[in-house]
Design a protein around this ligand. Structure first.
Ligand code: NAP
Length: 258
């Protein structure tokens, strides 16, 4: 098993990509700390993993609250005794541009993605050093590598995660900690219908029509599944990727190659 004996914290694992990642990590032997604001969904993910014979614990945490982020790391170590993998995956979307941007949206977008990533690592680091090293992962986006017509603040925050990945990869190599990020393209998760509807509204077409057109821009001709992103995450945090650090890996069906 790829993650036997490892302990992983995954922010934003009450649904979507993080949930799929938690299930995939646990199938490979990791004890997984599920996290998010929604207690019902979080507990359901933890129960599912336990029913399948895995180890999981749900810790409610809001990435906008610094005390919650610190407590999340503490709860992981209190429950499972160590910390090897920290994956900051929690994220939000919402359309904005320079005309309609508000300070509130800007602050929230930066806090959930970037500030929580920076301070999550700060809190996780002493524990990962104690464990002798480990792997850090961020969920960025294709919008972190290519400007998004959809959201100024989302693109900014996600590109910040790419630079955070590179900076930490260099700084933490001496601690035997690898740092990488995923750049998913269109993934069929809970946040996708909102994006499709917003984009379709702007063009005066239906969400279905917009998705049909959008898929034509993707060489593989389809959206990516949560499980496909989880598989990429599993590879990057496992020893199979032992020489890989500082990488922003697109998981996008070829979208960025066009
Ligand atoms: N879907 C795509 O097409 C796509 C593409 C590129 C990148 N991504 C990125 O992938 C990541 C996962 O998104 P997803 O597609 O899986 O969507 P999702 O199903 O909506 O998952 C988002 C997760 O983030 C958590 N979250 C949001 N705000 C939070 C907060 N303030 N504090 C703690 N947790 C919070 C949610 O948990 P609670 O609701 O329980 O708080 C949920 O678990 C995000 O970073 C997103 O930007 C998605």
């Amino acid at each position: 098993m790829l993650l036997q004996g490892k302990v992983a914290v995954i922010t934003g694992s009450t649904s979507g990509i993080g949930r799929a990642g938690a299930i995939a990590f646990s199938k490979e032997g990791a004890s997984v700390v599920i996290s998010g604001r929604n207690k019902e969904r979080g507990q359901k993910v933890a129960s599912l993993i336990k029913e399948q014979g895995g180890q999981a614990h749900f810790v409610p945490a809001d990435m906008l609250a610094m005390a919650d982020i610190e407590q999340l790391v503490k709860a992981a170590v209190d429950t499972f005794g160590r910390l090897d993998i920290f994956w900051h995956n929690a994220g939000i979307v919402g359309p904005d541009d320079i005309e309609n941007i508000s300070q509130e949206t800007y602050d929230k977008m930066m806090a959930v993605h970037l500030k929580a990533g920076v301070f999550g690592v700060k809190f996780a680091l002493p524990q990962m050093r104690k464990a002798g090293g480990g792997a850090i992962l961020f969920t960025s986006s294709v919008a972190g590598l290519k400007q998004s017509g959809y959201s100024l603040t989302y693109s900014l925050a996600k590109s910040g995660l790419v630079m955070l990945t590179r900076k930490l990869a260099v700084d933490l190599a001496k601690d035997n900690i690898r740092v990488n990020c995923l750049c998913p393209g269109r993934v069929q998760t809970g946040m996708r219908p909102d994006i499709s509807q917003e984009k379709a509204r702007a063009l005066g077409i239906t969400a279905e029509e917009w998705e049909k057109r959008d898929k034509k821009r993707i060489p593989l001709g389809r959206f990516v599944t949560e499980e496909e992103v989880a598989d990429a995450a599993l590879f990057l945090v496992s020893d199979r990727a032992s020489a890989i650090t500082g990488v922003a890996l697109p998981v996008d069906g070829g979208f960025l190659a066009v």
